[in-house]
Design a protein around this ligand. Structure first.
Ligand SMILES: Cc1ncc(COP(=O)(O)O)c(C=O)c1O
Length: 386
């Protein structure tokens, strides 16, 4: 096999997808509660997405950001209309959205004679050297040091630690509203309010990494809309393209500081991906769609709570909307074994952090599919009780 060994892959080779299901080469059908790691927001082979790809591919796939294209203009206008922000930069991935955000932070700092970026322990922001530098998990950073300078970790949800690290040298604070890879850990409102207060006091930017939790996944279009705080910078990707590679960074007036020559991205927001993303945003931003995500998320959470009530190696059910975590006592049960057992039962799930199973199905998942998931997951957990 000539693919570099950067992923530990399961021995599965998928050839087709439909809604919440994936089909393996041998014909086996899998219920997909991974959704490309929170990417396939509209399920597999959504007909409107497929049509948008086909239609746009026949007209124009790529030009360059040297020129305008209505798909990109319309998508930017839509995101700005939905948000509290001023302008958008398009790129291809979450990591690139974070790199863009870090560069905005550094330029903001440059203009004020400061450069420190505060980030959270246990966070995940991507694998490039910049994004990795603010990813608070040693296992990802280990072989790649030295990383970028002037980045300081803060304990997530610890106000005292935050206050002790804040200074007139800080130009930005970056945080995930719900830590995804770190284990589906939600930010506490009082911690977030304190970050906002302290950023305002010290003239630093607040950057939200909504790469995993954004674009409808929490039941609000933007994850920040769950809180009373509006970040200066919002990084998005994953669900924004529902499977085509697109990332975006939105800024408010204060953070709208990148100008000609400061930044760029060859493929960023090309006609093909923005044509698709326009369809995705139209669908997901619909109030009924978002309400449905909230209802299904609450239902999934409630069913999980009820089902695991008597299972004492389940510690808690966490998350919001359709980004849910089941935390286990890993001295009693291994996350890897749960994932393997799920595969035997043709269910796709993944871990998040050392102790949590992450559930990020397509936002279009049905109540019947959630019920199917619950009955399979119940069988799996019960098999470990024997
Ligand atoms: C919160 C968060 N930020 C950034 C990234 C990096 O995104 P990408 O893999 O698209 O580069 C991820 C990916 O999992 C993520 O979950």
């Amino acid at each position: 096999m000539s693919i570099m060994k950067t992923y530990k892959r399961f021995d599965l080779n998928f050839v087709r997808g439909e809604g919440s299901y994936l089909y393996e080469k041998n014909g086996d059908k899998y219920l997909d509660f991974v959704a490309g790691i929170a990417v396939n927001a509209l399920g597999h082979s959504n007909k409107d997405v497929v049509e948008a790809i086909k239609n746009q591919a026949e007209k124009l796939i790529h030009i360059s950001n040297l020129y305008f294209d209505d798909n990109q203009i319309n998508l930017a206008d839509k995101l700005i209309e939905l948000s509290d922000h001023e302008s958008v930069f398009f790129c291809n991935s979450g990591t690139e959205a974070i790199e863009t955000s870090l560069k905005i932070a550094r330029k903001y700092g440059y203009e004020r004679g400061k450069s420190v970026i505060l980030y959270m322990q246990n966070s995940f922001h991507g694998r490039s050297l910049g994004a990795l530098s603010v990813t608070g998990q040693e296992k990802y950073q280990k072989y790649f040091k030295p990383l970028i300078a002037d980045v300081v970790p803060v304990e997530f949800n610890n106000i005292e630690d935050l206050e002790s690290k804040m200074s007139n040298q800080v130009c930005a604070v970056i945080v995930e509203p719900i830590q995804g890879e770190g284990g589906i850990n939600e930010i506490e409102s009082k911690f977030l309010n304190e970050i906002k207060k302290i950023c305002d006091e010290w003239d630093a930017l607040l950057i939200f990494d909504e790469v995993q939790a954004g674009v409808g996944r929490t039941g609000k279009f933007f994850a920040y809309q769950n809180y009373s705080v509006v970040p200066d910078v919002v990084a998005m990707a994953k669900g924004l393209g529902a499977g085509v590679p697109i990332g975006a960074v939105m800024v408010n007036k204060k953070a709208d500081i990148l100008t000609y020559g400061d930044h760029g991205c060859t493929f960023g927001g090309n006609p093909l991906v923005t044509a698709v993303s326009n369809v995705v945003v139209d669908k997901i931003s619909d109030d009924n769609f978002l309400m449905d995500v909230t209802i299904k998320g609450n239902y999934l959470k409630h069913q999980l709570e009820e089902m695991t009530d008597e299972i004492d190696f389940v510690k808690k059910i966490k998350g919001k909307g359709l980004i849910i975590g089941v935390e286990f006592d890993t001295s009693r049960i291994e996350i890897k074994k749960i994932v393997e057992k799920a595969l035997e039962k043709k269910l796709l799930i993944i871990g998040a952090g050392a102790e949590t199973i992450r559930l990020v199905p397509p936002l279009t998942v049905s109540i019947d599919e959630i019920n199917d998931f619950i009955s399979i997951f119940k069988e799996i957990l019960e098999s470990f009780l024997e």
